[in-house]
Design a protein around this ligand. Structure first.
Ligand code: ADP
Ligand code: ASP
Ligand code: MG
Length: 441
């Protein structure tokens, strides 16, 4: 008997039929003898709809505390409906809010971080042989205020619950059959990855592959939680994300085709493909600070001002000054939503540093190629840049890590860029990937 944590995303619980289908899956796992704790997201696009409502009543910007109170209602609806649907099938089930499930967070509304997870009521429910359902993406602060973990945060709830319960696996059920070599909504010929290391998954999530919340992957790495990403619309095996802990037990929930999870040491890494996938991010902007004095401390001031304004900077490029006036340009990318704040922060320094101009480009795209040992293989960069050149796509910035090469392009050209690089590395599958649901919003 295994202990499973099953997380169902919004598209998996988008309407009554979907909720009943999820209930059947949960009940099948329970009947097969496994203990099941479930984490649910809000139905369909509920969170976006609630956000729209909030901005309508509060065009100046909704207060954070009330916004969290509002958004957590979405997950309460789905958890209660799922508990009812499971009970309707004759299996006892109980739902819990984040607070009831012991998800204690700091008080940063909208992006709260988990401080402590003590799911004693969940554990007691499982011990009675019942199914426990926990509302995703929410917790409670030290001041007893309701908080949210940030968009996509139900994945993090699920991994945190799996770690606290010492579950055998955390299954992330979504609207595609696993992690693909690129977003199948953009590259229909993307191939499903059967297994991938947690480090590569971290890079994919950090650079825009929204299939997994970045913090969920970080948490899984830290606590050694094995992840299985798969579709709630099919019975196909999905993608196993390998952590440094051998997996045990037979984990397939339907009780028919039971698989033992692959162990990270059972594969010869020499056989693994070099490239694991391409992530893309369409939500970026770029700031170029023109004519920065080329002296120690100037870059620190510019970047420091933006960081102090609470904006996280992604890629930074400074071109060394060759002109006799000793000036240089600094360009960096940042989330598009933070554009106004960041430009204002840099403009404040304009006088003090004698900066010539601050240029802002919205709608910037980033493509990241991810795979083990990329940096030590120069042919990879050559092939990637060649494919972009052949497709007529201009590269604006480049950055590399041990296992990633990222380029900044115009946002309009990004999807074509992803497809060009995907084919250049022969990642295309013969069959088209199935996208079962969701609006991709
Ligand atoms: P959920 O509502 O289940 O949390 P999300 O919408 O957050 O689902 O994540 C699933 C979506 O992630 C897919 O529909 C797909 O469009 C997108 N996605 C982006 N990159 C990838 C990738 N490399 N592999 C699979 N899906 C991806
Ligand atoms: N419902 C929340 C969102 O849409 C959390 C989640 O689905 O993970 O972001
Ligand atoms: Mg998600």
């Amino acid at each position: 008997m295994a202990l499973l944590v099953q997380k169902f995303g919004g598209s998996s619980v988008s309407d009554v039929d979907a909720i009943r289908r999820v209930a059947q899956r949960v009940v099948a796992a329970r009947r097969a003898g496994d203990d099941v704790a479930v984490v649910v997201s809000a139905m369909g696009d509920t969170t976006d709809d609630l956000l729209d409502l909030a901005t309508q009543v509060s065009p100046k910007g909704p207060p954070e505390r009330e916004l969290d109170m509002l958004l957590t209602a979405g997950e309460r609806i789905s958890m209660a409906l799922l508990a009812m649907a499971i009970q309707d099938l004759g299996t006892p089930a109980r739902s819990f809010t984040g607070q009831q499930a012991g998800m204690r967070t700091d008080s940063s509304h909208g992006r709260a971080r988990l401080l402590d997870v003590t799911p004693s009521r969940v554990a007691a429910t499982l011990a009675r042989g019942e199914v426990a359902i926990v509302a995703g993406f929410q917790g409670v602060s030290e001041d007893e205020d309701v908080t949210t973990l940030g968009r996509g945060g139900s994945d993090t709830t699920a991994v945190a619950l799996a770690a606290a319960l010492n579950a055998d696996v955390c299954e992330i059920y979504t609207d595609v059959d696993g992690l693909y070599t690129a977003d199948p909504r953009i590259v229909p010929s993307a191939s499903r990855v059967t297994r991938i290391t947690i480090e590569e998954t971290l890079e994919m999530a950090a650079h825009g592959a929204k299939i997994l919340h970045l913090r969920a992957v970080e948490y899984a790495r830290r606590f050694g939680v094995p992840l299985h990403v798969r579709s709630s619309f099919s019975d196909q095996e999905g993608t196993w994300i390998l952590v440094d802990r051998p997996l045990t037990g037979t984990l397939h929930p339907d009780g028919t085709a039971r698989h033992t999870a692959p162990s990270p040491t059972s594969e010869d890494p020499m056989e693994d493909p070099l490239i694991s996938g391409i992530a893309h991010d369409k939500s970026l902007a770029k700031i170029t600070v023109v004519g920065v004095p080329d002296r120690p401390g100037a870059a620190a001031k510019v970047i420091g001002a933006v960081s102090t304004a609470g904006v996280s900077i992604d890629m930074i490029v400074q071109n060394v000054s060759t002109s006799p006036d000793g000036l240089s340009d600094i360009s960096f990318t940042l989330p598009e939503v933070d554009g106004t704040v960041a430009v204002a922060a840099v403009r404040e320094l304009q006088h003090e540093l004698g900066i010539a101009d601050v240029l802002y480009t919205s709608h910037v795209g980033k493509l990241s190629l991810i795979g083990a040992g990329l940096r030590s293989n120069p042919a990879v960069a050559q092939r990637m840049f060649g494919a972009l050149a052949e497709a007529g796509i201009n590269i604006e910035m480049i950055s590399t890590s041990e296992i990633r090469i990222s380029v900044i392009t115009d946002q309009e050209a990004l999807e074509a860029a992803v497809r060009a690089v995907h084919s250049a590395f022969r990642l295309d599958a013969e069959a088209e990937a199935v996208v079962y649901g969701g609006t991709g919003r």
